[in-house]
Design a protein around this ligand. Sequence first.
Ligand SMILES: O=C(O)CCC(=O)C(=O)O
Ligand SMILES: [Fe+3]
Length: 671
Amino acid sequence: LLSLQPADLLLWDGVAHFSRGDWYGARSRLLGSLQSLREVRGAKLRCGAQCGLGGARVEEAVLHRAECLRACERLELGEPSRYRLTQEMERSFHKATPYNYLQIIHYKLEELDEAASAAFTFYLRNPHHEQIKDDVQRYRTMRGVSKQSFRDLEEPQHMVLYSRAVSLLSEEKLGPAVWRLEESLALYLSALEECRSLCEGTRERENEEHRDISEVIAEYYIQVLQCKQRCVLEDSLRLGQKRSREDMIISHLALLEQGYTKLENWEAAAQIGQSLLLFYPHNETVQRRLSEYKQKLHGQSGGKPREIIATYVHQSLLEKRLLYYAMENLGISFQDPDLWTPEEIIPESLRETVRLGREAEEQRGGDLPYEEVTVTMTPKQMNGTTRVTMDGVISKEECEALLSLAKEAAGSGERVKGRRSPHTPHERIQSLSVLQALQMASSGTVDSSQAHLLYHTSERARVLAEFYFGTKRLHFSYTHLVCRTAIEGKQEGRTDFSHPVHADNCVLDTEEKECWREPPAYVHRDYSGLLYLNEDFQGGNAFFTEMDGTTITAELRPSCGRLVLFSSGGENAHGVRPVTEGKRCAVALWFTESAEHAEQERSQARALMRDRDGPQESTEEETTKNIRESGRSGRSGRETTTAGEDTTSDPERPSGRTQKKRPARKFTDEL
Ligand SMILES: O=C(O)CCC(=O)C(=O)O
Ligand SMILES: [Fe+3]
C-alpha cells in the first residue's frame, strides 16, 4: 500500500503550512507530495508490466487487462480514490507547481542553492511565467548560488546524457559522444514506453451504467491511444526554452548517424540510416547516404533498421490510423503530435484540416502560454488577419462556476438584474463587471472563489491576446460577464440580431464601407475578446462581416472555453445572431495598448483581490513595476514585501507572505 499520504493531500497540506509560514512543515510535505507521486508511478508501472493482454477478442483483451490493472493497483496502492488525482491536480504536478512553493521555502530557510534549483525546475516547465523568470534572474546575482545551482531537479537522465553527447560531438570526441548517445536513446525509449504504459489503468469514470459496453470500451480505448500519442511531447524540455517540437528519436538518430560516419563505422551508420527511413521513407538524402554506405561496405546493404525503433514506429502508426479513423467517423478530435506522420495514413477528407493545423502550429511555434489551450481557427481559416479562435481556455468546471456566478448575481436583486437588451426587444441582457463581482463577493452576496475566477480568467485572456498577436503590453479597458436571454413567447418571426453588426472601436459606416475612429465609439480599445461559457441555447452564433455589414466572412458557434480574439477596428466588423431560446453567456473583454487608458476599475478590483487574499494576485501593471523595482532593490524586497514584490500576473504563484489565512476551499484557488 501507498506508504506516504496521497500526493494531492500532501500538496494541500504543504500549501496550508506554507501560508502559515511554517517553512519546515511545508517543505517536508511538498517534498513528500513529489515522492508520493513517484511511488504511485512506480506501482502503476509494475502493474502494467504484470498484466498481459489476454483474451481472444479485442474487447475481451481490453477488459481483461483493465480488470487486472485495477486489481493489481488496488493491491499495491489501496483504494483508487486514495491516490487518483483530478485532472486539475495532474496538471499542477505536471507543471511542477510544488517547486514554485519550494523555491520560496528554501529561500526563507536560507538554502539558496536548493532555492535556485527549485526555481529553475519550475521555470523550465513554465517558461512564460513572468515572475519566475524574474526570480531566476535574481538568484543568478546572489552569493551562495553558483552555475551548478541551476539544475533541473526533474531532469530525465536521458536529457543529461544527450546534452553531454552534443558537446562531446562538437569537440570531436566521437567515441564517447556516440556511446552516450546510444545510452540516452535507450533511456529515452524506455521513458517513452513508461509514459505510454501509464496511459492505461484506472481513471475517472463518468456514469457508465447506462451505456453500451462497446461504446464505453471504444471511448476508453481512444483515450488511451490519444494519451499514448501525446507521450512524445513529454520529456523533451530544452533548457530555458519552450517545449521542443523536435522529435527526440529522430534527433538522436541524426546525431548517431553523423557520429558513426565520422568514425567510419559504415555498418552502424547504415543501420541508423535505415531506421531514419522508417520515419521518412521517401527522403532522398537519407536514401543517397544509404547507397554511399553500401558502396563502402562493398555492396552489402548494412542490414535492417533497429528493431526497437521499427516496433515503435509500427505501433505508433497503428495508433494513428485508428485515431484518424475515429476522427473521421466518430468525430473525436486528435492532434497528431508528430510531424513525420505520412500523408497516406490520414483519411483524404481530413488531410486539408490536418495540414492547416500543422501550418498554424508551425506559424505559432505551437507553444501558447497555456498548455491546454489550442488554436482551433487561425486567422487564415477565419478569412481575416487579426482574428483567431482558441479552445480549452477554461475547463468545464470553470465555465460552470462562472455561469453560476452570473446566476447568483442576477438572483441577488442587486443592480445587476437583467434588463431589456438595448439591441433587441426579444432578449434580456444581464451584465456583471469584474469589480461588481468582487464587491458582491466581499459583501457575501456571491461566492468569492467564483468572483476570483472571473478575475483570473480575464487575465488569462489578456495574456493570450498579448501573446498571440505579439502586441505591446495590453491593459484592460473593460471586462464583464454578460448573458443574453431569449424572452419566451416573443421569438416568432424575428429578423433582428442579438447584437447588430458593429465594430468595437469605431463607428461603422456600411454605406461608405469605412469605420470612423471617433466618439461615441470606444476609440481606445485595440483588441477585443469573447470567452464563451455555454452552448445550450438556440441561435446566438457570432459572425464577422466585411465593412459592408452584410458579407459574412466567418461564423462561430459559442461553446464552453472557446475564446475568440480580434483587433477592435472595422476590419473585424461583427455581430451576434438572435438568441431564440435559452441563455447565452460570455466574458466579454476589451484591451488597450495605452497605459493611460487602462480602466480604473481594474486597479480597484486588484485592490479587492489583495485585501481578501493576500498579495499574490496582481496584473500586468504590477508585474511591470515588479521588474523595475527588483532591479533597484534586489532580493531584499521579499522580506519587506513591497506592494509589487509578492505579486504576479499568474494565479499559480504562491505568496511569500505569512499572515492572512486563506480559505482552503478549492485547491486551484491557491495556485
Ligand atoms: O457576444 C458576442 O459574441 C459579441 C458581443 C459583442 O460584439 C460586443 O459586446 O461588442
Ligand atoms: Fe463587439
